[in-house]
Write a new protein. Sequence first.
Length: 124
Amino acid sequence: MGLKLIGLSAFIALVVAGCGVTSQVFTVVGSTACELAFADAAAVGDTEDTVEDLDPAVRACTSLEEWGSASATNPAALDGVNPFEFLGNRCHSGEGLSGTDLCGALLAACGEAPYADTTYCLTR
C-alpha cells in the first residue's frame, strides 16, 4: 500500500509540474497588486473592455513608476494608449479616483516630463 501511495504522489507531482502550475504560483506571488490589476484588465476581451477596467489599478498602484512598469508589462490593458494620458483622464473623471495616491503623484509631477504634456496636467 505504501509503495502505491508513493507512486501516486510522484505521478501527481509530475502532472502538476508538467502543467506549469508551479510557475504560475511564483508569478502571482512575485506580482504586486498593481501588476495583478493590470493583468486582470488586460484579460478582458476587446469587445467587452471599458475604461473602468483599470480603476482597480489606479487604486492599487502606488507610484508613477509602478504604473508605467505595469502598463509596459500588460500592453493589452491600454491598447496603445499613453498610460499617463489615460491615468490623467481617469483622475479627472469624477469617479472618485482623484484622491488616490497615484492621482496625487501625477498632479505633483505635472511639471516634469513626460507627465507635463498630458491633458490632465495642461488643464491644471
